[in-house]
Write a protein that binds this ligand. Structure first.
Ligand code: DP6
Length: 326
């Protein structure tokens, strides 16, 4: 017999062109600024949720291992919201798998919480509109709010919990960009992004960053919509450096950059001197995301793969956001 309390969803990770850094309200993941991102076609989470009277507690398995502690608490917070809304009291079993190596240091919270929001709400019998799904995903992890949308997303900071969600900036085929992730370190991050968000406010440059964003965000949107890679790339790098300056000057300071990070960035500068259009960004970690046109991605990847500090690379294109699968 078919179990009607079961659903499965897949959802991509995303790379932020304009970053979410610092929380105005950490309890509900309200950001200080709008952010912009692209979904990553080769970095997915698939999550299956089943509510059943047979279960005596919530159990969550990620890549074959049962999770406990802080991770479980974050998942249960979303489940409780879904149960309340659907007026269901059942426990769940969740099986979640990432298609990218879980030790690659690629943020999996965006793909994980957006896949969870969709699969859990559907399994509970709810059909939430995109706005509500983005809000529910945001409550799990801020950046997850953007993975709900197809292609390129813009998360509007809003005024409160109900007005802070992502909308589409452009569909996946709007611009044939690629994101080559150059993995330079597989170790556990020195500070998770949740910790980084907290520390951000103690940097003397945090306020300056918010002032800069007032002009950088509209300028980047304009360059994006014109598909002006040179101007877009300039702003992309400026934005990534701005986040890392805040991290490095927060109290205590957080240095995400490693030797391999510098190697990749230098290789990007050298390629640009030779006329190749490629630009870098990083999230709260040492791995570099190189943004270029899809037609150039293979030859750029080959150059990265020869660098001593690069462990491996993953090429991504823009893709659809979270969706249900059979
Ligand atoms: C640097 O969304 O991972 O990747 O809400 O605490 O889960 P939590 O934070 P998270 O922060 C993302 C930080 C970032 C920038 C970005 O993706 O916008």
């Amino acid at each position: 017999m078919k179990n009607k309390y079961r659903a499965k969803a897949i959802s991509p990770a995303n790379i932020a062109f304009i970053k979410f850094w610092g929380k105005k309200d950490p309890l509900i993941n309200l950001p200080f600024n709008d952010s912009i991102s692209m979904n990553l076609s080769n970095c997915f989470t698939a999550t299956e949720v089943e509510f059943s009277p047979r279960y005596k507690r919530d159990r969550v398995f990620i890549d074959g291992r049962e999770v406990q502690d802080e991770k479980l608490v974050r998942v249960v917070k979303i489940l409780d919201l879904v149960r309340k809304r659907a007026k269901k009291k059942l426990f769940v079993k969740i099986v979640s798998k990432n298609n990218f190596p879980s030790d690659a240091g690629i943020a999996s919270s965006a793909s994980a919480f957006s896949a969870l929001a969709l699969s859990a709400s559907k399994a509970a019998g709810l059909s939430l509109p995109q706005k509500e799904l983005s809000i529910l995903s945001r409550l799990g992890s801020g950046s997850a709010s953007r993975s709900v949308v197809d292609g390129f997303a813009e998360w509007r900071k809003g005024k409160d919990g109900q007005t802070s969600y992502a909308i589409q900036l452009a569909p996946p085929d709007y611009w044939n960009l690629a994101d080559i992730v150059a993995v330079v370190d597989k170790g556990k991050k020195i500070a998770g992004s949740t910790e980084g968000h907290k520390a951000a406010l103690s940097s003397p440059y945090f306020k300056a960053r918010l002032v800069e964003l007032k002009t950088r965000i509209p300028a980047m949107k304009k360059a994006f919509l014109k598909r002006d890679l040179e101007e877009f790339g300039r702003l992309l790098e400026e934005e990534a450096v701005s986040l890392h300056v805040c991290a490095m000057t927060s109290k205590p300071p957080i240095f995400y950059w490693k030797k391999g990070t510098f190697e990749v960035v230098e290789a990007i500068f050298k390629m640009r001197e030779r006329g190749v259009s490629v630009y870098f960004t990083m999230d709260a970690g040492p791995n570099v995301h190189a943004i270029c046109l899809q037609k150039d991605s293979n030859r750029i990847r080959k150059i990265f793969n020869k660098l001593p500090g690069v462990l491996f690379t993953i090429i991504n294109k823009p893709c659809l956001g979270s969706r249900l699968v059979k």
